[in-house]
Design a protein. Structure first.
Length: 330
């Protein structure tokens, strides 16, 4: 069942399934629902350095296969660099209160972590950018991360000062995910991945003008084509849709469409929390926002723009004062 897992500042985790009531969606169950539990505690003692949601359990989240984002279990990084896996079993995180199964060591909180099916094995793997700009691959075998030895380093030159943002996705539309890299001047490049390394292909420039005036890039399958696209938030609060794919008959590779670019939302603040998830249907993303009053606003995506709901149809949760939000598929 799709929903949200959230973390309180005391380390408790709560699970909020998304319910459909007639034509509206909400995190509040109807009195007629057989399972009335929402906001149920599913973990405690989760006071870690990093949290990596993914499809770590064999067969877990099969309907979300290939999608980059969300997950069905959790890996946490402790202060000492150990990684612990917390499967979601029988409606709770197995091994709560910090026990977990150790699945790795030597991982630093200051590194960047990118979860995707990097090896194409229908389960999540881990790509890490270290503080020297190296990309390191850690395949997941279902119970631990495999040590690739000297083959672990699959990319270099990804210094954070030059490339502040990296976005995993199926940018080439092939078996393996790739990386979209945003340069500090706003240029976008695709780095192709062949399941083993980024070193066998030159980067391809696919966009420009995505400078620091764009505060959020929301990457997902907005076109419904299993190929990612971008909805970008400008500092003026507008959301703009940038289509991506084989949109030009003269191009043999995926590119961003030429303008004009449609505005699909207005009045979106910088300090809001933006959560993209596939709550209604796999392959169809929607947007949930936690505003500065800690209310959850729901913006369904119709393939072209966000539907502007009203009243209780838009406000689908209240009092969500939490430190972390993850779209989750139990």
């Amino acid at each position: 069942m799709p929903g949200l897992v959230v973390r309180k500042d005391n380390g408790d985790l709560k699970w909020y399934p998304m319910f459909k009531q007639a034509t509206r969606y909400t995190f509040y169950p109807d009195e007629k629902e057989e399972n009335k539990e929402s906001g149920r505690e599913v973990g405690s003692g989760f006071n870690f350095e990093k949290y990596l949601i993914g499809y770590w359990m064999p067969g877990g989240g099969s309907t979300q296969h290939r999608r980059v984002g969300g997950g069905s279990s959790l890996i946490a990084i402790e202060k000492n660099g150990d990684m612990k896996h917390y499967p979601f079993v029988n409606g709770t995180f197995k091994g709560a209160k910090g026990s977990g199964d150790k699945v790795g060591q030597g991982f630093q909180a200051k590194w960047d972590y990118y979860v995707a099916e990097w090896t194409g094995q229908a389960k999540s793997d881990l790509l890490v950018r270290d503080d020297e700009g190296h990309l390191r691959l850690f395949p997941w075998d279902g119970s631990k991360f495999r040590d690739l030895g000297s083959s672990e380093k699959v990319g270099e030159g990804f210094d954070k000062d030059k490339w502040p943002d990296l976005y995993p996705g199926y940018w080439n539309g092939t078996v393996y995910p790739d990386l979209l890299a945003r340069e500090k001047d706003g240029d976008l490049y695709v780095y192709s991945f062949d399941g083993k390394t980024f070193k066998n292909a030159k980067p391809r420039k696919v966009g420009r003008g995505f400078g620091k005036e764009f505060t959020h890039l929301l990457v997902d399958e907005w076109m419904g084509s299993r190929v990612p696209a971008i909805i970008a938030r400008h500092k003026n609060g507008k959301l703009t849709f940038y289509r991506y794919g084989r949109l030009n008959p003269k191009e043999s590779l995926n590119v961003f469409a030429d303008g004009p670019y449609p505005t699909v939302g207005q009045g979106f603040k910088d300090n809001w929390v933006y959560i993209v998830g596939h709550w209604r249907n796999p392959g169809n993303p929607d947007l949930v926002v936690c505003d500065d009053d800690h209310n959850l606003r729901f913006y369904p995506w119709d393939g072209q723009t966000f539907v502007d709901l009203r009243g209780d149809d838009k406000t689908i949760g209240r009092g969500f004062k939490f430190t972390h939000f993850w779209d989750f598929y139990a």
